[in-house]
Design a binder for this molecule. Structure first.
Ligand code: NAD
Length: 411
């Protein structure tokens, strides 16, 4: 299996080829502008000192300040961060928000950390990378196992040395300069993406059967939103296991169960399903909303869905994606499908720079407009280049980044 960054570059090369791009752009647009690795020693609650490793990779800033999430996970490593940073460059470009791409993370099993250990680690990380971030330089956001509280500590720590700087991170709590609608934004954007694709094919969310891997921020919001529109969520999973009900799960009741138990497992009226099995359940839309590289050459031939909606970043390996394409399963690529989060992060950032709050309705309306406009551009590229939706999304993005790079100049 190719590494995470090789996988991203594999998809990217198809767009370069379709655009007949001069080879000199390959190096320029593929490799990151800056990679930072930091050691983060903190005192644990038991008095011991542990040292964690953190990364920030800044891929490209030709279209605006670097932008991308922070992930706390024991599998965080430089190659994956590199790949996720690159995906952010193409994601911000495909939806046309004025940012570049970056990503960061700490190699840590977040479930092991107490709240105070998590706070100390976050503050240490904010200080360690403070020279390379800033509201007009690089703006982190939440990702796997990071949330509004962590963004709040990050904002506070940065502001201690730099003055009041709410625009240094997005995804902050609403009470602390966050944006209304940011929590739901990625799931809502995914909902708009599948709605547009279904509409294009003469279908609707109502009655459509969804299977969702991952029930965190993105998966749970997506489930709530499609359920509210008459979609049938027949299976979901989290790190502890999966649940299934062929008649459709009661999503509001499931959310209450998760609030109480912190897991989807043992939800009343559902049958257990193993995580691997969940990906091959028969459904209309399979939604990977957890981690990367889950649809591979091992299981892509067994997928029994008409659409794969990439709510997670990089859920398909190169081989997995090619198998899905060859089986005419419509893969809705991550760089568009889950761009709702960074889009509302952009709204949060503009609100912070202006110290002016938008209504939730304005946030949601503008998000919908941006997702729908991107869909129109991607469909046009699919027609012009007779290519997959993924290659078309990369084509739209590469054209935007290349133009900005050319216009800024290299002197
Ligand atoms: P999260 O930490 O809130 O939730 C992750 C979920 O995945 C949890 O339910 C967890 O239990 C589950 N999970 C982890 N390992 C699993 C496994 N092996 N099998 C099944 N479930 C597993 O994270 P999130 O913010 O919802 O992010 C999910 C994905 O969406 C990531 O790929 C992230 O990069 C991507 N994404 C997030 C945002 C955002 O705004 N949060 C934006 C764009 C993309």
């Amino acid at each position: 299996m190719a590494s995470a960054s090789e996988t991203t570059n594999y998809f990217l090369r198809r767009a370069f080829k379709a655009l007949e791009l001069d080879p000199r752009y390959e190096r320029l647009l593929m490799t990151p502008a800056r990679e930072v690795r930091v050691e983060l020693p903190i005192v644990m609650d038991d008095g011991n000192v542990e040292t964690f490793i953190g990364y920030r990779v800044q891929h490209d800033d030709s279209r605006g300040p670097f932008k991308g999430g922070l992930r706390y996970h024991h599998e965080v490593e430089i190659d994956e961060v590199r790949s996720l940073a690159s995906l952010m460059t193409w994601k911000t470009a495909v939806v046309g928000v004025p940012f570049g791409g970056a990503k960061g993370g700490i190699q840590v099993d977040a479930r092991r950390l107490s709240k105070s250990e998590s706070e100390r680690l976050t503050r240490r990380f904010a200080t360690a990378i403070s020279d390379v971030i800033g509201p007009l330089r690089d703006i982190p956001a939440p990702d796997v196992n990071t949330n509004g509280q962590i963004m709040g500590w990050f904002f506070d720590q940065y502001s201690r040395s730099n003055g009041f700087s709410p625009g240094v991170v997005t995804g902050k709590p609403v009470e602390l300069h966050g944006s209304l609608g940011r929590g739901a934004a990625t799931g809502r954007g995914c909902m708009f993406a599948i709605r547009e694709c279904l509409k294009h094919d003469g279908k609707a969310i109502e009655g459509t059967r969804f299977v969702i891997q991952g029930f965190g921020n993105v998966g749970s919001w997506f489930a709530k939103l499609v359920h509210a529109q008459g979609g049938k969520v027949i299976a979901v999973s989290d790190i502890n296991g999966g649940i299934y009900n062929e008649d459709g799960l009661d999503i509001p009741a499931l959310c209450a169960h998760v609030d109480n138990t912190r897991t989807v497992v043992e939800f009343a009226g559902s049958k257990p399903v193993a995580n691997a099995e969940l990906l091959t359940l028969e459904c209309d839309v399979l939604v990977p909303a957890a981690l990367g590289h889950v649809l591979t050459e091992q299981n892509a031939a067994e997928v029994k869905a008409a659409y794969v909606l990439e709510a997670a970043n990089g859920p398909c390996t190169a081989e997995g994606a090619d198998i899905l394409d060859s089986r005419n399963i419509q893969c809705i690529p991550d760089i568009w499908a889950n761009a709702g989060g960074v889009t509302v992060s952009y709204f949060e950032w503009t609100q912070n720079l202006q110290n002016f709050r938008w209504t939730e309705q304005k946030v949601n309306t503008e998000l919908e407009r941006i997702m729908v406009d991107a869909h129109t551009r991607i469909r046009a590229a699919m027609e012009t280049h007779a290519c997959s939706m993924r290659t078309a999304a990369f084509i739209v993005a590469v054209q935007a980044v290349k133009s900005a790079t050319d216009m800024r100049g290299l002197q």
